[in-house]
Design a binder for this molecule. Sequence first.
Ligand code: S3P
Length: 445
Amino acid sequence: MSHGPNIRYIVQAGGSLQGTARVAGDKSISHRSIMLGALAKGTTRVTGFLEGEDSLNTLKAFKAMGVTIEGPDQGKVTIEGVGLRGLKAPKAPLDMGNSGTAMRLMSGILAGQAFDSTLIGDASLSKRPMKRVTNPLALMGARVDSQGEKGFPPLVIHGGSPLKGIHYDLPMASAQVKSCVLLAGLYAEGETSVTEPAPTRDHTERMLRGFGYDVKTEGNRMSLVGGGELTATDIDVPADISSAAFFMVAASIAPNSDVVLQHVGINPTRTGVIDILRLMGADISLSNEKEVGGEPVADIRVRSAQLKGIAIPESLVPLAIDEFPVLFVAAACASGTTVLTGAEELRVKESDRIAVMATALQQMGISATPTEDGCIIEGGQLTAPTSPIQSHGDHRIAMASAIAALKVNSGAVVIDDCANVNTSFPGFVSLAAGLGLAIRQELPA
Ligand code: S3P
């Protein structure tokens, strides 16, 4: 579980960022590397694995289902795959901690097993909607119980139901739901397909192909035929663009900054943050572009720039969905008004990121007006909050608020409830401090 002590960040106002860094491994790809490695035939070797609580929970879940996994040791993990039908019944509920991705993708895999299983999570995950996955799974013939009208965890998955392929029109742009249906499709009779209302991250499709499974992408429709097998492969996990984003914004807003972020995943379904920042006037350049294991990577150089407010194109929202907490900070530091619309999914993330970030910015003297599906932010001078910012246990709120301190006029920004930064970015504080952020952490008395 991700309930560490209630870590507090204290970040002194001002400063600039300089240097070169490789941020933590990609969370989405790390989860999937364990899942597909476990279900493949043969040995999968992963490098660059994110040793954060979320992906470690996925690793533990497969160990609990009889898969031999060595590591992680400095990002290296070795998985002895058991094949699609080789998992064993877990003896206890599988704890997905804080991770919506883990719970939603695992539900697809577990629906196809012969045994029963239960998925549980922490307080935040226990309030996140799972109907979005239990609905399509039920159409495929799976039996999954959830709690209440919204379908909260725990999810009790009754094994042994034969699955049949379906076509599913995703009601929302969600890579987690798409992936859940496609992973269940591995166990289904016939073809399983989804159409998505807007492009979402395609790591599942890419990695399935890397494991030798035929997945078709035709426009906004993805499909596969059940009953095949996965063949082990090696996976080089790029640095997470969602973690790099904190320093992309930091180097943009802090004067005299020049930062290079190495080996960052630049899959086009994830680069909305670069496009949005460039539209705002950011100075971002890419070099060393190459492909590793089916995923494009590059070094990203960011230098200070005067940002300007924009109307964020709705087409970019799903491509930057996890970066909005720190993009709110960019908007607060820009000249003029930034308007975000079409982002109602932010309300059902690890926290209600629209409400929580608007409150954090208001505490720092910025006009931020939440709307149902977004926010209107007037750029201005940030001031030190008079009471600690509450991250609501949301890792990205904690890190985004820390970055805002760079543009606070004096004093310090104090942020509470930061233990969950370990879910996605262990080492954030030391990496940020190394680049020049005046951050320290303590356990409140
Ligand atoms: C993820 C998909 C996104 C994203 C999450 C990771 C994934 O969620 O917010 O952090 O790895 O598939 P949704 O599918 O709910 O948009």
